[in-house]
Design a protein around this ligand. Structure first.
Ligand SMILES: [Zn+2]
Ligand SMILES: [Zn+2]
Length: 232
C-alpha cells in the first residue's frame, strides 16, 4: 500500500526502458528491467570467477601463470544489459538508492563467513569529486546483511590510477603497482575478509588489493563483484 501511495505521489520513469516504474524497492528501475538481471551460469575460472569461453578448462590463463593472493573471487553477472545500466546509474548519475537492491543481488552469492567487509577504495581526490565510493555503499549493506564488521579505514588507494580499459595485461599490472596501502593494520590482521567492488574488468584491482592485504597479515580473502566485464 505504501508502495502504491508513494508511486501515486512520485510517479517515476524507468531510466532504462522509459516506461513507468512501479516498484519502490528497485526504483527508479522498473520491475521488468530489474528482473532481467540474471546470474552468469556459464563456464568460469574456479579461482577468480572470470567467465571462460569453453568449459574444457576450469582455471584461466592468468590464474595458472600467477596465482592470486585471494582464496576466491566471484561475480554475479556479466557487465551488460540492465545490470550494466544500473551500475552506471549508481556510479555516474548518483542514483545512490540503487546501492540497496544491488547489494541484495550480491548477497545471493554464496560466501564463507568472514570477520570484515572491505570495499575497494578510490583515490582521495576522486572521492572529493564524486562524493561517494560506490563500492563502499555496497560494502555497507553487505556488512549489515552478513553480520560482519565494515572496515573503511584500512585499505587505502595511494595513487590516482588510469582506467584499466584498453591497457595490455602488463600495462594493467604496472598501473596498479603500489596503488594500494594499509593503514590501521589491526582492523585486518588475522581477519577473514570479504572484498567488495562493483565491476571486475580484468581482475587486476582485486588481485592487487588482495596482495597488499595478505602482506599486511589478513586471513582468507574472498572477493565479490556485481559484474564481470571480460570474456577470456
Ligand atoms: Zn524498465
Ligand atoms: Zn582465473
Amino acid at each position: 500500500m505504501l508502495n502504491n501511495f508513494l508511486n501515486a505521489l512520485f510517479p517515476e520513469t524507468c531510466p532504462i526502458c522509459r516506461r513507468p516504474a512501479s516498484d519502490h524497492k528497485t526504483a527508479p528501475v522498473c520491475t521488468e528491467c530489474w528482473q532481467s538481471i540474471r546470474p552468469y551460469t556459464g563456464a568460469k575460472c574456479r579461482k577468480c570467477g572470470r567467465p571462460l569461453t569453453s568449459d574444457a578448462s576450469t582455471i584461466c590463463g592468468d590464474c595458472l601463470q600467477d596465482e592470486p593472493a585471494f582464496e576466491s573471487a566471484r561475480s554475479f553477472g556479466l557487465y551488460e544489459g540492465a545490470l550494466r545500466k544500473a551500475l552506471n546509474l549508481l556510479k555516474y548519475h548518483n542514483v545512490i538508492r540503487l546501492s540497496k537492491p544491488l547489494s541484495d543481488i550480491l548477497l545471493r552469492i554464496e560466501t564463507p563467513r568472514v570477520d570484515a567487509v572491505l570495499p575497494v577504495p578510490i583515490y582521495k581526490k576522486r572521492l572529493r569529486q564524486r562524493e561517494f565510493n560506490q563500492s563502499a555503499l555496497l560494502a555497507k549493506h553487505l556488512a549489515k546483511g552478513t553480520g560482519s564488521t565494515l572496515v573503511l579505514d584500512s585499505l587505502v588507494k595511494m595513487k590516482d590510477t588510469k582506467p584499466q580499459v584498453g591497457l595490455s595485461s602488463n600495462e594493467r599490472r604496472e598501473n596498479m603497482r603500489n596503488a594500494f596501502g594499509i593503514q590501521n593494520r589491526e582492523a585486518i590482521e588475522g581477519k577473514d575478509i570479504l572484498l567488495i567492488d562493483d565491476v571486475s574488468t580484468t581482475g587486476a584491482t582485486i588481485r592487487e588489493c588482495s596482495k597488499v592485504l595478505k602482506k599486511a597479515g589478513a586471513g582468507s580473502i574472498h572477493a565479490l563483484t556485481l559484474a564481470h566485464g571480460m570474456m577470456d
